[in-house]
Design a protein around this ligand. Structure first.
Ligand code: F6R
Length: 617
């Protein structure tokens, strides 16, 4: 939430900042602003409510002066509505210092009282302005931006990334982070700061993660990294695994369309190098989870939020089946507020695309404090959650820019499946033959997914016909249940339609009362080949809702003719093992939600009120 960019170097700072903000806009799009230090030693600031495009148009009409130092921000509002006045940057009293912020300053009220008593004037309703005014005043005393910044940051509580510049110190941008993301881009004669690497990957793929409670100062010729107390620290440098083109829309109508199309490749990448002789071997988690530790695990808790929690539900089914360990899935934001029972043999695995979701991060920290071992399943290199965990299993879906998660979901599920197979092998509970068969299914998934995605036109037509629909229900059973939940979430967040996902068996316990003539219901139909005979049960559920007037949209395996008499429309998925079909079915529901939103003329990539990477609680 909120995108942050900083730059010091020979390029035109405004160009770099606006370019970076474009690639970070998914983090918030209520307002945007930039501040640069001009050659005559003053500060130029421009900020506007609305999407980045509003600011860009203003800057085309009246360009900022050429500059080599600056900061830029794109906002997801917390304190104060999305107005020009509340947009960042915020300024010190004399207008020579600018500051931007991501997060929440929890003690802003007493600090504001203090500033008001000293005669300060506020021009916004934000918590951020407190930090800007404090910093401006501290600079007045010290005449040194870095030491003033250190003094002010030490007074703030809560979660924050802050960047600041002062007109008296051209060529310097200072940044601090606590429980909120910030990375450095290391260039030749130029340095960058960003909420994530997308902000600068166009210029450099050399990055450095900033640790908790650290302050960084960038100048064109280098960086200085310290703790909040000023102790020097050594940063961890890494090479970004993808290039700028991966975060561009290319010829696609939306990032979401592009990212759905990339799902097969995301799965291939996530499998890469993790299968040896037909079996899953995850050496990379061996540091935190050597085999003897994995053998002693007696319980697994999977933590995540939203889509990531739903991939966790898929993981529960597979890990329990293949590794024989009890698995609970819990929403990260509920977990740490209810005294969960955690023992030394509890493995807590968090699932997060961004690696920065505050709810998940806090839950991981809490689990560690309580003695649990933590594994991170994450898509973002160098992000906070993996760094706070004992081991990490990266999904390799590449950058996900659309706010609604798609390829990250399927890649997370595959990573969990890999973990389940690894665990089952290490614990000796899954015979190699069975393991190899599951691995073969996993390896066949990308190609099957490619086939599924060829039904785009059909899905679009289905969505167009439903553009006036006000409510859609989703039913699934067993591994189809998480798919129903995810299908409903996608539709809610993208098309603003009431949508609910249910376990099909739950229907008769209440939700069936919702069925009235014409009610649209997606049903994820299990394979008729499955031996647990769920297929006939789901077909019975379809008949029950049809009898009450529901309009049934079935997602069924190729060749499943049993659904035909009862379904109004059928989308097909290729034959795959029971555990794998959900990953094919979900892609159709992602496409459907996207197409319905598009048919309603909505912004598919940036749905209202949302932002990617939720870094506030
Ligand atoms: C929905 C969606 C969200 C995220 C959730 C967790 O499409 O994207 O529900 O899944 O905010 O985010 P991460 O995975 O970054 O922790």
């Amino acid at each position: 939430m909120c995108g942050i960019v900083g730059y010091a170097g020979p390029r035109d700072a405004t160009d770099v900042l606006v370019g970076g903000l474009k690639r970070l806009e998914y983090r918030g799009y209520d307002s945007a602003g930039v501040a640069v230090i001009t050659p005559d030693g003053s500060l130029a600031v421009h900020k506007r409510a609305g999407k980045l495009g509003v600011l860009e148009r203003d800057l085309q009409r009246s360009p900022m002066p050429q500059s080599a130092t600056g900061i830029g921000h794109t906002r997801w509002a917390t304190h104060g509505g999305p107005t020009d006045g509340n947009a960042h940057p915020h300024l010190g009293d004399d207008g020579r210092l600018a500051l931007i912020h991501n997060g929440i300053i929890e003690n802003f009220a007493p600090l504001k009282e203090e500033l008001l008593a000293e005669g300060a004037e506020f021009t916004s309703e934000t918590d951020t302005e407190v930090a800007a005014l404090l910093l401006g005043r501290e600079f007045g005393r010290t005449k040194d931006l870095l030491s003033a910044f250190r003094a002010v940051v030490g007074r703030l509580h809560g979660a924050f990334t802050l960047l600041a510049v002062h007109a008296d110190e051209p060529g310097l941008v200072v940044g601090a982070r606590r429980n909120s993301p910030l990375v450095v881009g290391l260039g030749e004669g130029e340095q960058f700061l960003g909420s994530d690497v997308a902000a600068f990957v166009q210029y450099t793929r050399r990055a450095m993660a900033i640790g908790q409670d650290q302050i960084v100062a960038i100048r064109p010729d280098g960086i200085e990294l310290t703790t909040f107390d000023g102790e020097p620290v050594q940063g961890e440098e890494y090479e970004v695994a993808w290039d700028a083109a991966a975060a561009e829309k290319g010829g696609w109508s939306s990032f979401m369309a592009k990212e759905i199309s990339e799902e097969p490749e995301a799965l291939e990448q996530t499998l890469l190098g993790r299968v040896h002789d037909g079996l899953v071997v995850l050496d990379e988690i061996g540091g935190g989870f050597p085999d003897d530790v994995l053998r002693s695990v007696d319980r697994i808790v999977l933590l995540g939020a939203g889509t990531s929690a739903y991939s966790g539900l898929l993981g529960k089914y597979t890990i329990e089946k293949w590794a024989g360990v009890p698995v609970e899935v819990e929403l990260a934001h509920e977990f740490r507020y209810r005294d969960p029972v955690l023992g030394p043999n509890t493995l807590v695995a968090s699932i997060s695309q961004s690696g920065e979701t505050m709810d998940t991060l806090m839950a991981v920290k809490y689990a560690r404090e309580r003695g649990a071992r933590t594994l991170s399943i994450c898509n973002t290199q160098g992000s906070t959650i993996p760094r706070e965990s004992d081991a990490v299993l990266y999904t390799r879906a590449g950058p996900e820019v659309a706010v609604a998660s798609t390829k990250a979901f399927t890649a997370q599920a595959v990573a969990l499946y890999l973990f389940g197979l690894h665990l089952g092998r290490v614990r000796g509970v899954l015979p190699d033959g069975e393991s190899r068969a599951m691995v073969a299914e996993l390896q066949a998934l990308p190609e099957k997914l490619r086939q599924v995605l060829t039904q785009g036109d059909e899905v679009r037509e289905m969505a167009r016909q439903m553009s006036d629909t006000r409510s859609v229900l989703f039913l699934g059973r067993h591994v189809g249940y998480p798919v129903a939940l995810e299908g409903a979430l996608k539709l809610k967040e993208l098309a603003y339609i009431h949508a609910e996902g249910f376990a099909a068996g739950e229907l008769k316990h209440g939700p069936i009362a919702l069925i009235e003539p014409g009610q649209r219901v997606f049903v994820i139909v299990p394979s008729p080949r499955d031996t647990s005979s769920l297929h006939p049960k789901v077909v019975s559920n379809i008949q029950e809702i049809r009898a009450r007037g529901a309009y049934v949209l079935a997602i069924a395996e190729e060749g499943d003719v049993a659904v035909l008499p009862y379904a109004d429309e059928v989308l097909r998925i290729p034959l795959a093992g029971t555990m794998f079909e959900p990953l094919l079915a979900v892609a159709l529901l992602q496409q459907f939600a996207m197409e319905l939103a598009a048919a309603k003329g909505l912004d598919v990539d940036q749905p209202r009120n949302l932002a990617k990477s939720v870094t506030v609680e």
